[in-house]
Design a protein around this ligand. Sequence first.
Ligand SMILES: [Zn+2]
Length: 329
Amino acid sequence: MAQVQTVTGPIDADQLGTTLIHEHLRNRDEAVEVQWPMYAETAEEEPPHAVAPGGHYEIAVREAKAAVDLGVKTIGEPTAMFLGRDVNLMRRVSEKTGLQIVPCTGIYTYEYLPQFFLNRDADQIADLFVADIERGIQGTEIKAAFIKCAADEPGVTENIEKVHRAAARASLRTGAPIMAHSRPASNTGPRQIEIFEEEGVDLSKVQIAHTGDTDDLDYIESLLDKGVWIGLDRYGLELFLPYEKRQETTKALLERGYADRIFLSADSVATLDWFPPDVIEQLIAAGAAREWTIRLVPEKVLPELREWGMTEKQERTMMVDNPIRWLTA
Ligand SMILES: [Zn+2]
């Protein structure tokens, strides 16, 4: 039996169970935390930008527990560098709640790279990803199970291409799958896939995250035709695509027989320091996000799809079998 790395150690792949492939326990600016600790949010204290009462750990535990109570056994946790990855926090949450958490390596940037990475080539960056996969993350024994990279509004610039090539080379060296954050509105998917192909990555290891931010079925099928996985993974983020359109897209893809290529998730974040609290309130009031939590898929998306006619087999394929197949490809 193939194994999958979690923050509490490797498990047999068939123990993953119902899996939300893309949910975050905490996102923050890791540089601010080091440079202005008096201002930044620590894991223990009540954060100044709290989206709910309690510290980050407490909120993450509450969200993880809610997912477990809804039958979720595992999450993919794609918090990489520049999103504030903290595998010790993940491990504590997992130990407290029983939620299995699958961590990643990689770099989350839309363009910026510090000098450290500007002056190193893709192979040298890949060395770091490989170290996380083979030796452990942040001085722990916890090993990364997949590699994250991103392309967004600026497109696949020189820096972004280098990170993608580094992700590809780390995947070739270790066998680890890749999750690539994409932006359909900027047509990033085809170029991201092209880079992985140029590097010789088997596209059955590649997941194009956030493909569900569009309801353009021609665009989506053009990616699927290449053999990649797609994430319909931002339910609740109304600013990118409203919930109802996301559901219509999922149904259309199920009707066309793509259950075996799809992941459903919300890209939720238990706590996030990106905005001051008054701005968060304004964004929510303006309808940017609605019911955007780790609970949304198990509590609402799946029951609605069952009501509509999703078969048990389709649900099992998306929520149980696909995570195993992608993580052990
Ligand atoms: Zn994400």
